[in-house]
Design a protein around this ligand. Structure first.
Ligand code: NAI
Ligand code: MG
Length: 482
């Protein structure tokens, strides 16, 4: 065990009512850290402190440009400590060290981006003639509850913390019980820059206990969640009872349509980044490739070559960006993915490469390429959340779009072609919150992100996300004429 970690509630490092949580290293299947485990009482304490911070106006009364400066300073603090944070992230989450460093940098970018915009949350004035002065202000909700997954614990938390604080909300963050330790950087950054006490709380605990207590707390005014559909549904049900808005980002089954004129060599990089980064545990993963029949066989070969080129091993050994992949988060997630592939194989799918658990101690899965997948199969419908990509075949554009749109999800989609007309037609026809043309994961912190269908509702990232954290107040003033 290399240390223990505590929750940060009301500006103090505290133990948890639910004892201690062993955090495992996915690469070795051995405990690596211990983290204090919060219970409903700890959550209530954090919410009470956040509410008090809000009611005393500690964030709201601050001049926004000053508040934004604090948010930016938090990002700078995290950037200065990037190496040790990335090291912790790799130890608890498994991803290659270079990916962990990229994630820390990505987290910092949210503080930079939203910190910069704190002063840009402006209302407008509405003309009503001589007898009135009417204007809107955008006010923070108050207490923002943020429930974070384990796949990108830092980036996902950073985007809601930075936007939440920039708009003046006191944030209570429930990190994933699988990856709680790296997130202490947010608390340490807040402490270092002098964020007002109570403006941020970072705690962990089990989903059904601490998570559910936070989602259903009557003093929470707004909820942000990223994770599974089932958990999103229970959070939305809790939010319905307390009548608060929530933003749900629930993953996907995203498809790239690859036309016969696409740059297939370049597409290898999209496959590498799209499905094998983070061992495929990405909500917007490139999990299906819908290939034109004339390039299908070549794509199978190229994608299999990408998969076979990857060194699979402990993330801590991969400090250089390269063809490598770490373990999955847990045995449960890995076994589920392996089982889904085995089921597909029984249904006639060709496991071109991978599909099994390699002979390594941690939660590893081989990089996997499946071909001859049919649209209705479970591997083509359900999120696998592992390093598994499915190839499907199309003959014409209409069929390609039908297959791509043919799941309950709609997070992102892609189209790969040199023909502008084809590309634009696809961007219009694809049902997804974001469509990539000729580069998977094009876009950045500046671009709105979120789902159609069961991928959720509301948008994270971009200026649009700021609207999740504010409510409109209209001020209508009667002016007496002399
Ligand atoms: P999950 O949705 O259960 O967990 C995500 C977060 O929700 C964690 O912080 C967890 O503690 C919390 N949580 C769990 N139950 C809760 C409840 N009843 N009330 C409030 N909070 C609760 O995800 P899980 O079980 O770890 O993974 C299962 C599947 O979910 C994955 O295979 C994947 O398909 C999907 N997933 C999608 C993610 C995305 O980025 N959209 C991230 C993580 C998982
Ligand atoms: Mg769950």
């Amino acid at each position: 065990m290399s240390g223990y970690w505590r929750n940060w509630i009301n500006g103090e490092w505290v133990d948890g009512g639910a004892g201690w949580l062993a955090v495992g290293n996915p690469a070795t299947d051995e405990p690596v850290y211990e983290h204090a485990c919060a219970d409903a009482g700890d959550v209530a304490g954090a919410v009470a402190s956040a509410l008090s911070c809000h009611e005393r106006g500690l964030l709201v009364r601050m001049r926004p440009i000053e508040r934004g400066r604090l948010v930016q300073a938090m990002g700078n603090w995290i950037a200065e400590h990037a190496d040790s944070i990335a090291d912790t992230l790799t130890h608890e989450q498994g991803k290659p060290l270079w990916e962990a460093r990229n994630e820390v940098a990505g987290a910092c970018r949210y503080f930079e981006y939203y910190g910069n915009q704190a002063a840009l949350i402006e209302g407008r004035s509405i003309p009503l003639g001589a007898d009135y002065l009417d204007y809107t202000t955008l006010e923070p909700y108050g207490v923002s509850a943020q429930i974070i997954p384990w796949n990108f614990p830092l980036e996902v938390a950073a985007r809601s913390i930075a936007a939440g604080l920039a708009t003046g909300n006191a944030c209570v963050v429930k990190t994933s019980e699988l990856t709680p330790c790296s997130s202490s950087c947010f608390a340490k950054a807040a402490e270092a820059v002098g964020l007002p006490k109570g403006a941020l709380h970072v705690l962990t605990g089990s989903g059904p206990a601490a998570g559910a207590a936070l989602a259903s707390h009557p003093d929470v005014n707004q909820i942000v969640f990223t994770g599974s559909v089932a958990t999103g549904q229970s959070i939305a049900a809790a939010a319905a009872r307390t009548v608060v808005p929530c933003v749900l980002e629930l993953g996907g089954k995203s498809a790239a349509i690859v036309h016969d004129d696409a740059d297939l060599e370049a597409f290898e990089t999209d496959v590498r980044r799209g499905i094998f980064v983070n061992a495929g545990q990405i909500c917007s993963a490139l999990s299906r490739v819908v290939a034109h029949e004339s390039v299908y066989d070549e794509l199978v070969e190229r994608m299999a070559a990408v998969a076979r080129s990857l060194a699979v091993g402990p993330g801590i050994e991969f400090s250089e960006a390269g063809p490598n992949m770490g373990p999955m988060i847990s045995a449960r997630q890995r076994d589920r993915a392996v089982d889904m592939v085995a089921e597909a194989e029984r249904e006639g799918v060709d496991v071109v490469t991978g599909g099994r658990r390699p002979d390594l101690p941690g939660h590893f899965m081989e990089p996997t390429v499946l071909s001859e997948v049919k649209p209705e199969m479970r591997v083509a419908q359900d999120e696998i959340f592992g390093p598994v990509v499915s190839l499907l075949r199309f003959r014409d554009e209409a069929e390609a779009v039908r297959i791509a749109n043919g799941t309950r999800y709609g997070l992102v989609a892609g189209v790969f072609t040199m023909d502008l007309d084809k590309a634009v037609r696809a961007t219009r026809a694809l049902r997804a919150g974001q469509v990539f043309v000729n580069e998977w994961f094009a876009g950045g912190v500046e671009t709105p992100f979120g789902g159609y269908g069961k991928s959720g509702y509301g948008r994270e990232k971009g200026r649009e996300a700021l609207m999740n954290y504010v409510q409109t107040k209209n001020v209508a003033i009667r002016i007496r004429q002399r």
